[in-house]
Every structure is written in structure tokens, then in C-alpha cells.
Design a protein around this ligand. Structure first.
Ligand code: HEC
Ligand code: HEC
Ligand code: HEC
Ligand code: HEC
Ligand code: HEC
Ligand code: HEC
Ligand code: HEC
Ligand code: HEC
Length: 411
């Protein structure tokens, strides 16, 4: 889906405005933001698409092809082996003002599905979503999103302005088009026309050769809650891999002690899509780790593209545990977890990445601060903790008492 060549008007815009925009406003201070600067232009003629890359990088392509990144936004298929509609349109719902025949794109498949269609000549997001976990229709009004006050009417809620930049590749504010649906190679490697014609290391972005901060930015462009300047768009307009994300995107920061849509007062994930906000606060990030230490963007055989199994603890034990540089030290893992070695209660991520965040329902998104979340946090501010997710029939007081028997100094 390529766009036409440069018009004189567009060339003028490139000359005048083709510089990164600076954002000075603090998001916390409402209503004092500067007017959005003119957007940086994306030269869509430089994008070639994943199939082109596959000519020389077949194994990367084959791995990526089956990842969630390549299944984000699709033409709806309701029957047969390629069925991608999980929602049940036979179930009536007061929230749903549309039918399957009205759906142009289906978005998502793991936690929830949202639907896009043309209404009054505009491509918009319908105000109902399907929860995969609850198998139910839910209202999708966006009431907790920062953009709600300026996008109240769903019939005006543009897929391009509010969503497309994170669900497709090469989106440009001037053409109002993307170059490719889904999160494809060039979302993370930048445009590859020159590289495909004359492959060199210098003419393609390899995140592994960027600084840790610029490399992380590639993922944070979509995996960090925040906002660009102005109220029109909800994605980092004009950002491309290799650039400094902060010039396009102001991440939401925790106001000490205050709960927000995005984060609990202790900084843990309150919703999905805050891996950036939470991981940046972690001890691991402070010591130089980044997303790709645990995730392989070209796919893996494990859930969420982790490079090793989390059920066997292999991922964490790459660097942690007996004989490794990082603790904990033990003869038997139960000394650290106080659960049977084969119990789920001995899985590192269950205590260090509890599901504190809401997605389509609460308790679906894993926290990326990697802190043990003490039951004391639940007593203080109702945040979910690392124990009661499994011990749902017990109180946080019980959990705090039990864990203090093991870790007396724990707060
Ligand atoms: C015609 C074949 C060809 C095509 C098409 C091609 N590449 Fe490459 N690519 C290469 C070769 C060859 C190298 C190694 C270059 C070298 O070592 O000098 C390379 C290297 C790379 C690297 C690693 C650079 C580094 O720092 O080591 C990345 C990333 C990459 N390609 C991504 C892509 C992407 C993304 C696309 C599609 C937009 C693409 N390539 C299309 C041949 C190709
Ligand atoms: C979600 C982001 C993302 C997507 C999508 C993506 N890559 Fe990558 N790619 C990376 C990262 C990050 C690295 C560096 C890996 C590392 O840290 O070792 C990389 C590295 C590479 C390399 C260098 C060799 C290597 O494996 O380290 C090649 C070649 C490459 N990617 C090709 C592709 C192709 C072709 C596609 C599309 C079919 C693609 N990538 C899609 C993020 C991505
Ligand atoms: C700033 C980037 C960004 C924007 C803007 C954005 N999303 Fe997403 N979205 C993501 C990421 C990243 C995820 C993956 C979930 C996670 O990281 O926790 C996601 C997840 C989803 C999912 C769940 C996918 C699944 O498999 O269950 C749906 C549905 C979705 N988004 C729809 C939308 C719609 C509709 C809009 C516009 C109103 C939108 N998103 C705007 C980045 C974004
Ligand atoms: C252009 C936006 C974009 C970029 C860049 C991006 N992601 Fe994503 N990511 C998404 C969206 C959207 C989803 C949800 C896909 C779905 O559920 O279908 C997602 C899903 C994921 C998932 C969950 C996969 C699963 O199997 O459910 C992981 C892990 C992930 N991304 C890691 C990364 C990492 C690591 C990087 C950087 C190397 C990265 N992403 C870059 C948008 C992006
Ligand atoms: C690539 C190596 C690596 C991997 C993989 C890794 N870690 Fe770490 N981890 C570190 C390093 C390095 C530190 C920082 C230690 C320091 O600076 O004190 C750390 C710190 C931590 C801390 C904080 C310890 C403290 O003193 O506060 C926790 C908790 C933690 N990691 C849990 C995990 C979990 C859970 C996993 C698996 C999901 C994991 N780590 C995977 C390298 C790794
Ligand atoms: C049943 C819950 C639970 C499980 C499972 C668990 N931990 Fe912990 N972990 C804790 C608690 C509680 C602390 C102490 C936290 C504090 O003091 O704030 C801790 C502390 C740590 C620390 C920092 C202190 C130290 O001893 O170095 C690291 C690193 C760590 N855990 C890694 C892991 C790894 C790796 C695994 C999996 C092999 C794991 N944990 C499994 C509960 C757990
Ligand atoms: C120390 C390892 C580690 C690091 C670093 C890390 N993750 Fe994860 N991530 C995990 C594990 C483990 C899971 C859960 C895997 C599972 O469910 O089996 C996960 C899950 C996810 C998911 C799926 C959503 C969910 O709630 O389960 C996304 C998206 C994601 N990570 C993105 C990122 C991004 C973006 C970064 C960098 C900002 C990052 N991760 C850094 C280990 C890590
Ligand atoms: C991933 C799920 C999971 C998590 C997280 C978890 N547990 Fe457990 N816990 C279990 C299971 C399963 C058992 C049953 C015995 C076993 O397998 O060890 C158990 C048993 C126990 C027992 C002994 C039996 C009982 O019910 O009295 C105590 C005490 C306990 N857990 C406390 C905790 C505390 C405190 C935490 C938080 C630090 C915690 N658990 C986190 C799954 C979990």
C-alpha cells in the first residue's frame, strides 16, 4: 500500500519542518502544553516491506511472520482455518452498535479484540471490544485514556490518529497512510530501500549497534504509555528507529504516591502497555539490561517471545541463582521461594512479575519493575501483590504475615 511521490507542498514541508520536534511541557501539568509543532515527515518512498527483506533474511522473516507483531491488525476472517475473529457476534450486547459485516479490520487476538470500520466516510474504532478471557463484549469508550476529553464521540475517533502508528509500519501524518499493516521489519529497523538495493551495515538500523537508550527507544515507541504534543494523535508521530524518542514522546511519569491510569503508587503496572514506564525504574535496567535481553523480536517458541523458558526458570537463571553473578544463592530453590521446587510458587516470574496490570480484565498484564510486590502494598493502596494472585482465598494480612516469616525485613 504505497503512497504517491512527493508533491511540491510536501517537499516544502520537509524543508521547513523536517526536524525533530522538542517537547517542553510536563504531562503532569494539565492544560499548559504548547501547541503541537509541525510533525516530522516520514518519506514513505523509502520503505520496501517485509517480503523484500525476506529475499535475503529468510530466517528472520520466517520467525517474525508467526509473532503477535504480525497479527495485530488483519482483515476479518470469520470461518475456516484462517479464522481470526474470536468475538461472538451472535451474542447481543448493549455496547455493540455494529455487526461483523461492518468490520474492516480486526485488531488484536491475545487479550482483546477491537474493531475498525468506515462510518460516515471515516475509518473509526467501534466503541465495543471482546474480552478473550471473559468471552464477553465490553464497552470500549476510552474513558480512562488521556485523549478521551478531546475524542469523546466514537464516530470521530480516527483509527489513523489514535492507533495506526503503533499497529502498523511507516505511518506518516501528512499522507495519513501507513506503508504496511502490522509491526513489520521496518518498524524496528527503519526504512530499507537503500539497504535492499545495496546491502551494507551502515544503511540499515540494527538496534544491537545503538546505545542502550536508543535501542530501548525502538520498543518504547509503542510499549511505553505517554503522549506526543497536542491532543490529536496518540502515537509518536515522526519517530523512526535510531532517533531519540523523547523528542517525539513524553512518557507518563509517576506522581509520587498517587495512583494513575497507568501506574500504581508503588510504580507497578496498573494497565497493559507500560513495560517501558515500569522497566525503566527497575534495578535491572539501571545495570544496563534492555528488552532484548529477554525478548527476541524475531520470535521464539515461548509465550511472549522470551528467549528462554520461564516455566523452567531458565530465562532468569541465565544470570541469577547459584554460581551466577546475581543472587539469590541457595542449595535448593525452596530456600528462596518457600514453596515446593516443582510448585508454580517457585516460578520466578510469579513473584517478581505478578500480573498487576489490567488489560481487558484486571490482573492480565505482567509488571516489569521485577520487584517483589509486598502484600503491604495492597493494604496501603489496594495494588495487587505477589502472593494473593494465587492465594486468592486468603487475605493480604495473611500473606504479609506468612512472607514476613521468610523475609523478616520485608516492608
Ligand atoms: C539483497 C539482499 C538484502 C535485502 C533485500 C535486505 N538485506 Fe539486510 N543485509 C544484507 C546483507 C548482505 C547484510 C550484511 C551486510 C554486511 O555485513 O556488510 C545485511 C545486514 C542487515 C542487518 C544487520 C546490520 C548490522 O548491523 O549487522 C540488518 C538489521 C538488516 N540487514 C535488515 C534488513 C531489513 C530490515 C531489510 C528489509 C527492509 C533487509 N535487511 C533487506 C542483505 C539484504
Ligand atoms: C519488534 C522489532 C523488530 C522487528 C519487527 C524486526 N526486527 Fe530485526 N532486529 C530487532 C532487534 C532488536 C535486533 C537486534 C537483536 C539483538 O539485540 O541481538 C534485530 C536484528 C536483526 C538482524 C541482525 C542479525 C541479528 O539477528 O542480530 C537482522 C538481519 C534483522 N533483524 C532482520 C529483520 C527482518 C528481515 C525483519 C522482518 C521480517 C525484522 N528483523 C523484524 C528488532 C526487530
Ligand atoms: C503508543 C502505541 C499504541 C497506541 C497509540 C495504541 N496501541 Fe494498542 N497496543 C499497543 C501495544 C504495545 C500493545 C500490546 C499490549 C501490551 O504491550 O501490553 C497493544 C495492544 C492492543 C490490543 C490487544 C491486542 C491483543 O492481542 O489482545 C488491542 C485490541 C489494541 N491495542 C487496540 C488499540 C486501538 C483500537 C487503539 C486506538 C484507539 C490503540 N490500540 C492504540 C500499542 C498502542
Ligand atoms: C510499532 C509498534 C511496536 C514496536 C516498535 C514494538 N512493538 Fe511489541 N507489540 C506491539 C503491539 C501492537 C503488540 C500486540 C500484538 C498483538 O497482541 O497482536 C506487541 C506485542 C509485543 C509482545 C507480546 C507478544 C506476544 O506473543 O503476545 C512482546 C513481548 C513485545 N511486543 C516486545 C517488543 C520488543 C522487545 C520490541 C522492541 C525490540 C517491540 N515489541 C517493538 C507494538 C510494537
Ligand atoms: C541477562 C542477565 C539477566 C537476566 C536474563 C535476568 N536478570 Fe535480573 N538482574 C540482572 C542484573 C545484572 C541485575 C542487577 C543487579 C544489581 O545491579 O544489583 C539484576 C537484578 C534483578 C533483581 C533486583 C535485585 C535487587 O537486588 O534488588 C531482580 C528481582 C531480578 N533481577 C529478577 C529477575 C527475574 C525475575 C528474571 C527473569 C524474568 C531476571 N531477573 C532475568 C541480570 C539479569
Ligand atoms: C514465592 C515468591 C518468590 C519467588 C517464586 C521468587 N522470589 Fe525472588 N524474592 C522474593 C522475595 C520476597 C524477595 C525479597 C524482596 C525484598 O526484600 O524486597 C526476593 C528477592 C530476590 C532478589 C534480590 C535479593 C537476592 O537474594 O539477591 C533476587 C535477585 C531474586 N529474588 C531473584 C529471584 C529468582 C531468579 C527467582 C526464580 C529462581 C525468584 N527470585 C523467585 C520472592 C520470590
Ligand atoms: C528480565 C527479562 C525481561 C525484560 C528485560 C523485559 N521483559 Fe517483557 N516479559 C518478560 C517475561 C518473563 C514475560 C512474561 C512471559 C510469559 O508470559 O511467559 C514478559 C512479557 C512481556 C509482554 C507481554 C505482556 C504481558 O503482560 O505479559 C510484553 C509486551 C513485554 N514483555 C515487553 C517488554 C518490553 C517492551 C521490554 C523493555 C521495555 C521488556 N518486555 C523487558 C521478561 C522481560
Ligand atoms: C504462582 C502461584 C503462587 C504464588 C505467586 C504464591 N504461592 Fe503460595 N502456594 C502456591 C501453591 C500451589 C501452594 C501449594 C503447596 C506448594 O505447591 O508448595 C502454595 C502454598 C503456600 C503456603 C503453604 C500452604 C498454605 O496455604 O498455608 C503458604 C504459607 C504460601 N503458599 C504462602 C505464599 C506467600 C506468602 C506468597 C507470596 C510471597 C505465595 N505463597 C505466593 C502457589 C503460589
Amino acid at each position: 500500500m504505497f503512497v504517491t511521490g512527493d508533491t511540491p507542498m510536501r517537499l516544502l514541508r520537509i524543508c521547513l519542518f523536517g526536524v525533530a520536534i522538542g517537547i517542553t511541557a510536563s504531562i503532569a501539568a494539565h492544560g499548559e502544553e504548547p501547541k503541537p509543532a509541525p510533525w516530522r515527515h516520514i518519506d514513505q518512498s523509502q520503505y520496501v516491506g517485509a517480503v523484500k527483506c525476506s529475499e535475503c533474511h529468510l530466517s528472520h522473516y520466517d520467525g517474525w511472520k508467526d509473532t503477535a507483531h504480525n497479527k495485530m491488525i488483519r482483515v476479518p476472517v470469520a470461518e475456516g482455518p484462517n479464522k481470526n475473529i474470536l468475538a461472538d457476534f451472535a451474542i447481543a450486547s448493549e455496547h455493540r452498535q455494529f455487526e461483523l459485516k461492518d468490520v474492516k479490520w480486526v485488531v488484536g487476538s491475545r487479550w482483546k479484540q477491537r474493531f475498525i470500520g468506515d462510518v460516515d466516510g471515516k475509518e473509526v474504532v467501534y466503541p465495543a471490544q471482546w474480552s478473550v478471557k471473559d468471552k464477553k463484549w465490553q464497552a470500549y469508550e476510552g474513558k480512562t485514556d488521556w485523549w478521551y476529553p478531546t475524542h469523546k464521540d466514537w464516530k470521530e475517533r480516527s483509527n489513523f490518529k489514535l492507533c495506526a502508528g503503533c499497529h502498523s509500519t511507516g505511518s506518516d501524518a501528512y499522507s495519513e497512510k501507513w506503508t504496511e499493516l502490522n509491526i513489520s521489519c521496518e518498524s524496528c529497523h527503519g526504512p530499507g530501500k537503500e539497504h535492499s538495493a545495496k546491502p551494507k551495515i551502515e544503511n540499515i538500523v540494527n538496534p544491537a549497534r545503538l546505545s542502550t537508550a536508543r535501542s530501548m527507544d525502538v520498543c518504547l515507541a509503542c510499549h511505553q504509555s505517554g503522549k506526543p504534543p497536542g491532543d490529536d494523535y496518540a502515537w509518536p508521530v515522526g519517530y523512526q528507529p535510531g532517533l531519540k524518542l523523547k523528542d517525539f514522546w513524553q512518557p507518563f511519569v509517576l506522581e509520587q504516591g498517587k495512583p494513575s491510569t497507568e501506574l500504581w503508587p508503588n510504580g507497578a503496572a496498573h494497565k497493559n502497555r507500560v513495560q517501558g514506564n515500569t522497566f525503566e525504574k527497575s534495578v535491572m535496567h539501571a545495570s544496563g539490561l534492555q528488552c532484548t535481553n529477554c525478548h527476541d523480536a524475531h520470535g521464539s517458541r515461548f509465550q511472549s517471545m522470551t528467549i528462554k523458558s520461564v516455566e523452567s526458570n531458565a530465562l532468569c537463571l541465565t544470570c541469577h541463582g547459584p554460581g551466577k553473578d546475581q543472587g539469590p544463592n541457595y542449595q535448593n530453590i525452596s530456600e528462596h521461594t518457600h514453596h515446593d521446587a516443582l510448585s508454580t510458587g517457585s516460578h520466578c516470574i510469579e513473584c517478581h512479575m505478578p500480573k498487576t496490570g489490567a488489560n481487558s480484565v484486571s490482573g492480565e498484564a505482567r509488571n516489569h519493575t521485577f520487584d517483589f510486590v509486598s502484600p503491604a502494598q495492597t493494604l496501603a493502596n489496594k495494588s495487587p501483590n505477589s502472593c494473593n494472585g494465587c492465594h486468592a482465598d486468603k487475605t493480604p494480612d495473611w500473606a504479609l504475615t506468612e512472607v514476613k516469616k521468610w523475609y523478616p525485613k520485608l516492608k
